[in-house]
Design a binder for this molecule. Structure first.
Ligand code: GMT
Length: 371
């Protein structure tokens, strides 16, 4: 098939899923054209059958804010014509779905099918904002097929939007091979052989509750020799730094910034903290499990569909820092327990969320809309 994929190019779960999906589809013989404002982060080199097309952004004094969605729609239509696309698969409803529907109308001769994948905040936060809500609802209703990354997100879409569109659930995935031999991480060594490493990976937005990450860590560090590695960047990094100073743990918190492939870093972690306000799925929790790293996370959104409470991680109510710290201490001070959680996580990631099982589900959707 000839498939166009549009997604955010910067770090973030939806871009990672879209890029990895495109690479797997190409490896399975499809032609894939990425359309974005920059080369997606995980597309470091172009594999066979993959092309990448950048949306031009030009400043003009009259246009106070450049109408990116319109430029994106034009580019989608141009690439669709050029590559004779059959399917345009967009990741994250805003603004991609609206642009894709416009593009479809620009090239009616192609009978282009639009697939919209909902990832999380496009439903729970951004798309739900009053300024976008009618557009998000229209985009969902008019797409040829819609997928959501968890049952939670599917239900939430019906709860928040007046839509009747069939929504298929297709979970995030990992490539188990990537976790068998991860590249050695370039991170500072521990201060002592007994020191444990907690990790948090995100785009440091309020929805990630970075303050809770630092509070949980401070409680853990008060009891055992521990350090916290923070991976990623975003607006709340300064909150994390300030709170680490306030709670007197700043000397044990290391900011690593943006990292392209987290599988290499996760190898160095003993525990992942993910105390989010909500998660469409929680790709990073799955990546941790695939690396054999237990997860302590919020019992919210799609996370309970990923993490089995009590076997590969622990779930606690959003904001319950006390409970999360106690779960973290339980795991970090009991080596056999941690090992059994690590094993269960690896097994669950490889058996329930491997690319080989999930990617064909997307192919099934493409075949369905084309038939
Ligand atoms: O986690 C983020 O804020 C990034 C966001 C994105 O759209 O790039 O991730 C969302 O999509 C991921 C891939 O499907 C999901 O695993 C994340 O749970 C979801 N994030 C949220 O819902 C907060």
């Amino acid at each position: 098939m000839r498939i166009g994929i549009s997604c955010y190019a910067s770090h973030g779960g939806s871009g990672v899923v879209a890029t990895e999906l495109g690479k797997h589809l190409a490896a399975r013989g499809h032609n894939v054209a990425f359309i974005s404002y920059a080369i997606p982060l995980r597309l470091t080199e172009l594999p066979p059958r993959v092309t990448c097309h950048e949306v031009e952004i030009e400043e003009y004094p009259l246009l106070q804010n450049f109408p990116y969605t319109l430029a994106l729609a034009s580019k989608m239509a141009e690439v669709a014509r050029m590559k004779k696309l059959q399917v345009l698969h967009i990741h994250y409803a805003i603004p991609f779905a609206a642009a894709a529907l416009l593009a479809k109308d620009i090239v009616p001769e192609l009978n282009l099918k639009v697939i919209t994948t909902l990832h999380g905040t496009d439903i729970t936060l951004v798309g739900n904002n009053a300024s976008f809500k009618p557009v998000t609802a229209l985009a969902i209703e008019r797409s040829d097929a819609v997928t959501a990354v968890s049952h939670f997100l599917k239900d939430e879409t019906y709860r928040q939007f007046a839509v009747t569109k069939k929504i298929d659930v297709i979970y995030n995935f990992i490539d188990p091979a990537e976790y068998d031999n991860p590249i050695s991480p370039c991170i500072p060594p521990c201060d002592s052989p007994h020191q444990v490493t907690l990790m948090h990976i995100s785009n440091f937005r309020p929805v990630k509750r970075i303050g809770d990450v630092i509070r949980i860590f401070a409680k853990v560090a008060a009891k055992i020799d521990a350090r916290l590695l923070l991976v990623g960047d975003g607006p709340d990094v300064s909150i994390a730094a300030q709170m680490a100073r306030d709670l007197a743990v700043v000397d044990r918190v290391i900011f690593l910034g943006v990292v392209n492939r987290v599988s290499s870093l996760l190898r160095a972690a003993d525990l992942l903290l993910l105390p989010s306000e909500t998660e469409g799925f929680g790709l990073v929790a799955l990546e941790a499990m695939a690396s054999g790293v237990p997860v302590v996370a919020s019992d919210v959104g799609g996370l309970p569909e990923v993490i089995e409470h009590g076997s590969c991680g622990y779930l606690a109510p959003v904001g319950d820092v006390e409970q999360m710290a106690s779960y973290a201490l339980k795991l970090l001070s009991d080596c056999p327990l941690r090992k059994s959680f690590a094993e269960a996580g690896r097994k669950r990631a490889a058996q329930s969320f491997p690319a080989q099982q999930i990617v064909p589900q997307y192919e099934g959707i493409y075949k369905r809309v084309l038939s």
